[in-house]
Design a protein around this ligand. Structure first.
Ligand code: AMP
Length: 394
């Protein structure tokens, strides 16, 4: 890992520009979930403890380069104060002189970085302006690291830079899962469609030992192998692509595990009458993997040392079609608790599915960074991380 951490920097008497993701959800004018705020507290506290002043940079919503009052970060200040247990100073238009006049242990929050089009355009003038505000750049926003914006990428070329605690934890967990993992490695890829996860499947077959394909996307693979899928969600036009992925897996020695039995129903709704079949009838749709498939997955999990998971194995929002996802998630949680497995999961629906199964807390690491996590799993370089690796020395 070519990037530095907070421990490599000297913050005493310095001003740290800290890019955070505090894009928290609101309900009735209140922050409804402050997880993202709490997640960046260790970085803020450690910089303050080391004698640094903290200037927080963040985006909020998608204001598309213009000031939008409802997307002002001023709305987040009360929740930030409560989490931090002290007053944050909010500023719309900061200058270095103004920052220098604030107390040495101040925590300053700058208005939404996306209120100017220069942020998302990664305009060098904005990067220069941001760099003028501080001495050290700290990126703690892994979830924004797949974007090359002025506050996530540009500024890192201009100041000595490092990863914050959250970013370092996330990168460490991902490195343990796919960079230098303990083998065998099993990946679970589920969800609705193959088309949204082509890059992901392509990368995984060259990296992992076993690839479990589930959910709607498994139907596309079954259909490509000439198996009946009835009225199931399936992308029949992607049959050639699915066959290419299967061929690539064969060439790289990656074992693909597809469902061998199916839970089918006639309606896409909770508790729809259902049955377990090997071959889906013409008038039915596959909504979950059957018990033999769950047993096959369990056998692979049993031998695995590392698990990386994205996407549910069935229509998990609808009972009882959450059964395969729940069973696999709970087994992974148990193996992890017993110290036999390193388990990393991420991506929007995956976190919801693992929470529903009551398994999330026992996973080694759950990434809440949807887009960045997926791009990382796809083997893509994240500009925000790359920039930290090539930042100037202090
Ligand atoms: P994704 O966002 O691609 O991870 O897809 C998640 C969605 O896929 C969830 O809403 C699931 O209900 C859906 N899904 C999973 N398996 C199936 C299936 N067999 N048929 C229809 N939808 C499914």
């Amino acid at each position: 890992m070519g990037w530095k951490t907070l421990d490599d920097m000297s913050f005493a008497g310095k001003t740290a520009l800290v890019r955070v993701d505090i894009n928290v959800p609101f309900e009735n004018g209140q922050v409804s979930d402050d997880t993202r705020i709490r997640a960046v507290l260790p970085t803020i506290r450690d910089i303050l403890a080391a004698g640094g002043k903290v200037v927080l940079l963040a985006h909020f919503g998608r204001p598309k380069g213009k000031p939008v009052p409802e997307m002002s970060l001023s709305h987040v200040v009360p929740a930030l104060n409560a989490a931090l247990g002290r007053e944050v100073i909010f500023v719309e238009k900061p200058s270095r002189d103004w920052i220098d006049c604030q107390p040495a242990d101040a925590v300053i929050l700058v208005e939404n970085t996306r209120f100017t089009p220069m942020e998302e355009a990664n305009d060098p003038r904005m990067a220069q302006f941001l760099a003028s505000l501080g001495d050290i750049y700290v990126n703690d926003a892994f979830s924004a690291a797949h974007r090359a914006h002025a506050s996530t990428e540009g500024v890192a070329h201009l100041l000595p830079s490092c990863a914050g605690r959250l970013m370092a934890a996330e990168l460490g967990a991902l490195e343990a899962a796919l960079g230098h993992p303990q083998r065998p490695v099993v990946a679970v890829v589920g969800g609705a469609k193959v088309s949204t996860k082509l890059d992901l499947l392509g990368n995984l077959v060259s990296k992992v030992d076993h690839l479990v394909i589930g959910g709607g996307m498994a139907n596309t693979f079954l259909a490509a192998q000439g198996k009946p899928v009835g009225k199931s969600l399936a992308e029949h036009d992607l049959a050639p692509t699915a066959r290419e992925i299967l061929a690539k897996a064969k060439a790289t020695g990656c074992q693909i595990i597809l469902p061998v039995d199916q839970v089918v129903a006639r309606d896409f709704r909770a508790n729809a009458p259902h049955e377990v079949v090997i071959d889906c009838p013409d008038d039915a749709m596959i909504l979950d993997a059957g018990p033999q498939s769950v047993a096959a997955i369990a056998a692979v999990f049993e031998r695995a040392k590392t698990l990386i998971w994205n996407g549910p194995l069935g229509a998990f929002e609808l009972e009882p079609f959450d059964a395969a996802t729940n069973a696999a998630a709970r087994q992974a949680a148990e193996l992890t608790r017993a110290g036999a497995l390193v388990s990393v999961a991420g991506g929007g629906d995956t976190v919801a599915a693992l929470n529903r199964a009551g398994a999330a807390a026992d996973f080694s690491y759950i990434s809440t960074a949807g887009g960045a996590f997926l791009e990382w799993m796809e083997g893509k370089e994240l500009p925000g991380v790359k920039a930290l690796e090539t930042a100037p020395e202090g």
